[in-house]
Design a protein around this ligand. Structure first.
Ligand code: NMX
Ligand code: MLT
Length: 426
C-alpha cells in the first residue's frame, strides 16, 4: 500500500512546477482591485491567499480539490462498518488531491492510533506561556457578558476590561514561567504598587536590583509593542478576535505565531548564531572572517537571523534605537558580543546584497535585542520570545479594543486555488 507520505512525495513536484510557472509568467498580472470596503471589511472578497485544497463557490458551496460533498460521499472510503466520510479519507484528499483506497485509509487510521498517546512533556503544559494566557480566559469578562447577551455597542468595554487585566497579569505570568523553568523553588515577590509594569516584571524575574536590565526591558518592551497589523502575531490576534473569541484566547493564538523563527523567535536565533560565530572565530574577529561566516550560513541554506523584513527596506529604526542604547553605555560598548553585533551590521548588508535574494539586506530589531539581554544577565535565551510576547500584547490588544469599538467584521479574505489563479490570468 502506498503511504500518505509516499503519495505526497509523488504529487508535490507537479504542484511546485505549477507554482513556478505561474510565478515566472504571471507575477505581474492584475487579478483585482483593492477597495476601501476590503480594508475596513475584514478583507472580505479580497483575493489575497493561495489555498489549494478547497475552493468555496458562493452559490455552490465547497469543493475539495474539485469534489463536491456528494462526490466525496460517493468516493471517499468510510470506516469499517460505517457509511460516513471519515477524517482520514478527507485528510488524504485534502493533502494529496487524490481519493485514497480503502487500504490506504486503514493504514492512516492505524498510524493515528499508534501515534495518538499523549507524551509526558504535556504534563508540563501548565508552564507553557501561550497556554497559560489562554487559560486565563476562564475569567473573561467579555465572554461572560456575551453569554448573558450584551449589545454590540458594548463589546468594546468588556474587551477593554479583559485587555487591561491581561496586560496587568502578563508580568507575573511570564515571570512565573521563567522561575519555574530556570529558578525552580523561588517564589515570586509581591507586586510593588509604586513600580511601573516592567519595573515589576524585572523584579518578578529576580532582576529588581539590576537597573540596567530593567531600563533595557522598559525600552525593549515599549519598542516591540506594535508594528502595524500585518505582522504574524498581531494579525493572528486580530483574526482570532474577529470571531469574537475573547482577548485571552485571541492573544494566546498570537503568541504561537510569535514563536516562529521567522518572527519573534529570531531574537533567540540571532544570539545562538552570534554565539556560534564567536565560538568558532573567537572574540577578536575581523570583518573578513564575519563575511566568510555569513557566506557559510547562506550556503548552508539558512537565513541570516535578524536581517531582512516583510515590509522594511532600510535598517529597522528599532534596531537603531537599541544600538543607540548600547552606544550610550560603556559596559555595553566593551562587550565582545555587542561589538560582534555591530561588526556584523557593518558587513552583512553587503553580503546579503551580493547573495541577491532578500529584498531587505538590513538588520531588523532582532539583530541586537537578545544580545543586550544576555549581556545584562538574562542569559536564558530560550526565554526571549516570551519577553517579546509581553510586549506585543500592547499593540495586539489595542487593536482588539478598536476592532470591537468600530464593530469590525469577521475577517474572511477570499482564497484561490492554483487552477483558479491560472484561469484569472489567462
Ligand atoms: N537571510 C537569507 N535569506 C533571506 C533573508 C535573510 N536574512 N531574508 C530573506 N531571505 C530570502 C528569503 O528566504 C527568500 O528566499 P526564497 O526566495 O528562497 O524563499 C528571499 O530572500 C526573498 O525574501 P523577502 O521577500 O526578502 O523576505 P520575506 O518578506 O519573505 O521574509 C523575513 C521576511 C523577516 C521572514 C526574512 O527576511 C527572514 O527570514 N529573515 C531572517 C529571520 C528574521 O530575522 N526574522 C525576524 C523578523 C522580525 N521580527 O521580529 O519578527
Ligand atoms: C514585528 O515587529 O512584528 C516584525 O518586525 C515583523 C513584521 O513587522 O512583519
Amino acid at each position: 500500500v502506498t503511504s500518505l507520505k509516499e503519495t505526497l512525495q509523488e504529487v508535490i513536484p507537479a504542484k511546485q512546477e505549477q507554482l513556478k510557472k505561474l510565478k515566472a509568467e504571471h507575477s505581474q498580472s492584475v487579478v483585482g482591485d483593492i477597495k476601501v470596503e476590503n480594508i475596513i471589511g475584514g478583507m472580505r472578497g479580497l483575493k489575497a491567499m493561495l489555498w489549494d485544497a478547497s475552493v468555496l463557490d458562493p452559490n455552490e458551496g465547497i469543493r475539495f480539490h474539485g469534489l463536491s460533498i456528494p462526490d466525496c460521499q460517493k468516493v471517499l472510503p468510510p470506516a469499517p462498518g460505517g457509511k460516513e466520510i471519515i477524517a482520514e479519507s478527507m485528510l488524504w484528499l485534502l493533502l494529496t488531491g487524490q481519493v485514497p483506497s480503502e487500504a490506504q485509509t486503514r493504514q492512516l487510521s492505524r498510524e493515528f492510533a499508534e501515534k495518538g498517546d499523549l507524551p509526558p512533556f504535556l504534563e508540563k503544559l501548565v508552564d507553557s506561556w501561550a497556554w497559560a494566557v489562554a487559560a486565563l480566559n476562564h475569567e473573561s469578562l467579555f465572554q461572560a457578558a456575551y453569554e448573558k447577551g450584551i449589545k454590540k455597542s458594548e463589546y468594546w468595554t468588556y474587551t477593554l476590561d479583559d485587555c487591561i487585566n491581561l496586560i496587568a497579569r502578563l508580568p507575573a505570568l511570564a515571570a512565573r514561567i521563567y522561575r519555574n523553568v530556570y529558578k525552580p523553588g523561588t517564589a515570586l515577590p509581591p507586586l510593588n504598587k509604586d513600580l511601573d509594569l516592567i519595573g515589576n516584571y524585572s523584579a518578578l524575574l529576580g532582576f529588581g536590583d539590576n537597573h540596567n536590565l530593567t531600563e533595557y526591558l522598559r525600552l525593549y518592551i515599549a519598542l516591540h509593542g506594535d508594528h502595524e497589523g500585518g505582522n504574524a502575531s498581531a494579525h493572528t490576534a486580530h483574526l482570532v478576535g474577529s470571531t469574537l473569541s475573547d482577548p485571552y484566547l485571541s492573544y494566546s493564538a498570537a503568541l504561537f505565531a510569535l514563536a516562529g523563527p521567522l518572527h519573534g523567535l529570531a531574537n533567540q536565533e540571532v544570539l545562538r548564531w552570534q554565539m556560534a560565530m564567536q565560538a568558532e572565530l573567537g572574540t577578536e574577529v575581523t570583518h573578513d572572517q564575519i563575511k566568510e561566516y555569513l557566506w557559510k550560513t547562506l550556503k548552508g541554506g539558512q537565513v541570516v537571523p535578524g536581517y531582512g523584513h516583510g515590509v522594511l527596506r532600510n535598517p529597522d529604526p528599532r534596531f537603531i534605537a537599541l544600538q543607540e542604547f548600547c552606544d550610550a553605555r560603556p559596559e555595553l560598548l566593551e562587550s565582545s558580543m555587542i561589538q560582534l553585533v555591530k561588526k556584523t551590521y557593518e558587513v552583512a548588508p553587503g553580503v546579503l546584497k551580493e547573495h541577491g535574494k532578500t529584498k531587505n539586506p538590513f538588520p531588523n530589531v532582532d539583530a541586537t535585542s537578545g544580545c543586550v539581554l544576555h549581556h545584562y544577565g538574562l542569559t536564558e535565551f530560550k526565554y526571549y520570545t516570551v519577553i517579546f510576547g509581553v510586549s506585543r500584547a500592547l499593540g495586539a490588544l489595542t487593536q482588539l479594543v478598536w476592532a470591537r469599538a468600530l464593530g469590525l467584521p469577521l475577517e474572511r479574505p477570499k482564497s484561490l486555488s492554483l487552477d483558479a489563479i491560472e484561469k484569472l490570468v489567462k
